[in-house]
Design a protein around this ligand. Structure first.
Ligand SMILES: NC(=O)c1ccc[n+]([C@@H]2O[C@H](COP(=O)([O-])OP(=O)(O)OC[C@H]3O[C@@H](n4cnc5c(N)ncnc54)[C@H](OP(=O)(O)O)[C@@H]3O)[C@@H](O)[C@H]2O)c1
Length: 152
């Protein structure tokens, strides 16, 4: 199993990389190199996901059975990265946040609760935080609930 983790040096991404290595998988990590530690058994590729030339260089280092994206925070960038990696990836797993739900944190939620709307080409300044309500962070994460063709 060949896994690519976009991130992989911090918090959730780091835990995913460690679990995959422990399971005997071959793991590539992609990040700028500003955060440590990375795990020695992982193959690091350095770059910035907001730079198309860095993403093209990453794609050329493939292929992978699956990609786990823990560092996509802006819809337009998340979609661009996913499309660039689609030809060299079997699956693309995007890690979202509970903040995507419209009623968070006021009401009980299930996986079927309504999510905040955000267009797929939204830029980093799409909407602003509201007091005791939805946040810009939450608005920009619903990618995970929307299945799309990455090749179109
Ligand atoms: N942390 C929390 O408390 C929390 C709570 C709820 C949900 N979540 C969700 O869980 C997911 C993972 O969060 P996280 O805190 O583990 O990680 P994160 O902060 O989302 O991502 C950090 C990783 O991404 C890399 N990275 C950041 N910007 C980059 C860029 N422009 N280009 C390339 N790599 C970049 C960092 O390495 P470099 O700095 O070296 O580039 C690092 O490896 C996210 O979806 C987050 O919304 C997190």
């Amino acid at each position: 199993m060949h896994l690519l983790v976009l991130g992989g040096t911090w918090f959730v991404g780091h835990a995913i990389v460690k679990a995959a290595i422990d399971a005997g998988w071959e793991v590539t990590t992609f990040n700028r190199g500003t955060s440590d530690p990375f795990l020695e058994a992982a193959r690091p590729v350095r770059g910035d996901r907001t730079r198309s030339e860095d993403i093209a260089r990453l794609a050329a280092a493939g292929s992978w059975d699956a990609v786990v994206d823990t560092s996509g925070y802006v819809p337009a960038n998340t979609l661009a990265v996913a499309r660039a990696l689609a030809p060299v990836s079997g699956y693309y797993v995007f890690m979202s946040s509970v903040s995507v739900y419209q009623d968070w944190p006021a009401k009980p939620l299930s996986e079927h609760s309504d999510v905040l709307y955000c267009s797929q080409d939204a830029s980093p300044d799409y909407v602003t935080d509201t007091e005791d309500g939805p946040t810009q962070y939450g608005y920009q994460r619903p990618e995970a609930r929307q299945r799309r063709s990455l090749r179109s």
